[in-house]
Write a protein that binds this ligand. Structure first.
Ligand SMILES: *Cc1c(COP(=O)(O)O)cnc(C)c1O
Length: 340
């Protein structure tokens, strides 16, 4: 049974679904965890998350396949990344096998909110962990809460994937040896001003550079870059302060192992961006969002793929990965997990 919703006109706003998973960390161990209908959280005004932003999260999706099955895409990598985020923030690690299991329980319990195949909509899953006990002196909290909830989201591209315009930001996203490589809310809090300012000036996104030299490309606020050279090589920027996107890693695998393309993961200079043929932003939300134009302080870099549609290589990568996610194409071992 699928809910009657106007799936293709859904946006990306929170819609409450009936069930979420909650586990609590107390006395040095995680509770068994359970599904609940309570979407509220009651914590001390002095909770670690509120004082010192001790929180991290994940984002993944459940898809309805052509033959009506419900699947998730590589949730084990979200589990692994959340463990890395938690460890870096001195939070307890949530066991990776339990993470995957809990994600599947939440999706199964809310299965009527998994949008139908072909609607373009998907079920977005948000695991989040936060420090729930009071701290006033600066130190890690004693108690934590892990929640996994989900919300149906509409098609990212309504009426085709139109290339976007981005600007080189004067703000920095993440310091060298800082927290750029983990999925921490704090990385987003400080990017809000930059994105509001970018939108106010007519740009869709910010391209952040490496703060140390401001000469290498890092990523945007929430997506990794993927470039294509004029001779068809896929190039993705390498830096310790970039968040390791599961979508980007999957696209590179698809390019190399399935499509037989050349793939390079290496530092990318801002000065070489003008020589690329295509540019896209990779993340769970859009898979690939094509970039048509990059503005560097008044200087325009126009990608040859133009402002009308995705470039041909980007399109091929997009079609292949979404084909795998939706069950139209065979998936590499372990990528797609069916939820019964
Ligand atoms: C979540 C995120 C991404 C995209 O990662 P996916 O695993 O592909 O969804 C990219 N950059 C940042 C900063 C992120 O937080």
């Amino acid at each position: 049974m699928t809910k009657e919703l106007d799936w293709s006109n859904l946006g990306f706003a929170y819609i409450k679904t009936p069930f979420r998973y909650v586990a609590k960390f107390r006395g040095g161990k995680w509770s068994d965890g359970e599904l609940t209908t309570d979407d509220t959280v009651t914590i001390s005004e002095c909770a670690g998350v509120l004082q010192y932003a001790q929180t991290c999260f994940e984002g993944l999706k459940a898809y309805r396949t052509e033959d009506g099955r419900i699947v998730t895409f590589r949730p084990d990598l979200n589990a692994e990344r959340m463990a890395q985020s938690a460890a870096r923030l001195e939070m307890p690690v949530f066991p990776e096998d339990r993470f995957v299991c809990a994600v599947e329980r939440v999706v199964a319990a809310n299965r009527q909110f998994v949008p139908p195949y072909g609607s373009g909509a998907t079920l977005y899953i948000r695991p989040v962990m936060f420090a729930s006990s009071p701290v006033i002196g600066v130190k890690p909290a004693e108690e934590y809460e892990m929640r996994i909830f989900c919300t149906p989201v509409g098609p990212y591209f309504k009426g085709g994937a139109k290339p976007i315009t981005i600007r080189v930001s004067d703000f920095d996203r993440a310091a060298p040896r800082g927290t750029g490589h983990i999925k921490a809310g704090l990385n987003y809090a400080m990017s809000l001003h930059a994105i509001v300012d970018a939108h106010a000036n007519g740009y869709d996104e910010n391209m952040y550079l490496d703060p140390a030299t401001r000469s290498f490309v890092e990523e945007t606020g929430g997506a990794n870059f993927l470039f294509v050279t004029k001779d068809g090589t896929v190039v993705t920027p390498k830096s310790d302060s970039i968040l390791p996107s599961i979508t980007r890693r999957s696209l590179c695998y698809v390019a190399e192992k399935i499509l037989g393309m050349k793939v390079e993961h290496r530092p990318v200079r801002l000065s070489e961006v003008k020589d690329f043929a295509e540019c896209g932003l990779c993340g769970t939300a859009a898979v690939i969002s094509p970039v048509g134009k990059i503005i560097d302080h008044g200087e325009e870099i126009c990608l040859p793929s133009g402002m009308d549609e995705m470039g041909p290589v980007t399109k091929k990568l997009y079609d292949t990965l979404t084909g795998i996610q939706m069950g139209r194409l065979p998936a590499p071992e372990g990528w797609v997990r069916e939820i019964k």
